[in-house]
Design a protein around this ligand. Structure first.
Ligand SMILES: [Cu+2]
Length: 239
């Protein structure tokens, strides 16, 4: 009787450990979060004159501003891409499509981050034609006309690169594609904050990149379940 009981117990233990192994999530539970700020005097962003494109101009109650250095309260820097440049690189891109919109003669979002091979869909939501021209150097460079009402451009990039994006028709249109070899990335909001969550415990190099002030990196080690707060400070010059 006793032997049978132990045998049954052994089977139950074996089966449940097999189930635990099969269901183990690969992601970790450590977090690196923080804020990106500036010291010094950043350039003043300028209002954009869209009067040559009335169908776009009328979409904006107040003028759209240039976005090379966008600041927020407390010396915050917006549109800074913060990502893991060394350490666990997370998951492969899968099929999640990154959307990039041309609306009101602006690129939305200003900075789009994606992984190599990740599908990128570029839409024209305007009543006018655009000719999007990502100025790639490492990846293949191209430009494409998109008259109003045409289907989105479906594309992807194969290699990591920071690519300035311009429109060959509207000289004020300006954005960025940032292709990174990791799923651990964030773009700062107007408060300069970022959060890289679900990291396995380990040692990382975290890089912060801003289009005008280039990149900074720092080493961070996080333990399981730990949250580390870090800050990046860029020296702002009124170029
Ligand atoms: Cu355009």
């Amino acid at each position: 009787m006793k032997t049978k009981y132990f045998l049954l117990l052994a089977v139950i233990v074996a089966v449940s450990s097999a189930m635990v192994v099969a269901a183990a999530p690969p992601a970790g539970n450590a977090t690196i979060s923080g804020k990106v700020t500036y010291t010094g005097t950043p350039p003043k962003m300028k209002p954009i004159d869209m009067s040559k494109e009335p169908s776009c101009a009328k979409q904006h109650a107040t003028p759209v501003m240039t976005q090379n250095v966008v600041t927020g309260p407390g010396n915050a820097l917006e549109y800074v891409v913060v990502y893991i440049s060394a350490g666990d690189q997370g998951s492969t891109p899968g099929t999640k499509t990154v959307e990039y919109d041309q609306k009101g003669c602006e690129y939305i979002p200003h900075v789009a981050v994606m992984q190599p091979g990740q599908p990128l869909e570029i839409k024209n939501d305007d009543q006018t034609a655009h000719n999007i021209h990502p100025l790639a150097k490492v990846n293949q460079e191209w430009n494409k006309s998109q008259p109003p009402g045409t289907a989105p451009i479906e594309t992807k990039y194969d290699k990591p690169e920071r690519i300035p994006v311009k429109c060959n028709i509207h000289p004020w249109m300006h954005g960025y594609f940032v292709i990174v070899n990791t799923s651990h990335y964030a773009v700062t909001g107007n408060d300069g904050s970022f959060k890289l969550a679900d990291l396995p415990a380990g040692k990382y190099t975290v890089t912060a990149w801003q289009e005008q002030y280039d990149a900074q990196s720092q080493e961070v080690t996080v333990g399981a379940g730990e949250t580390k707060n870090i800050t990046f400070t860029f020296k702002a010059l009124p170029y």
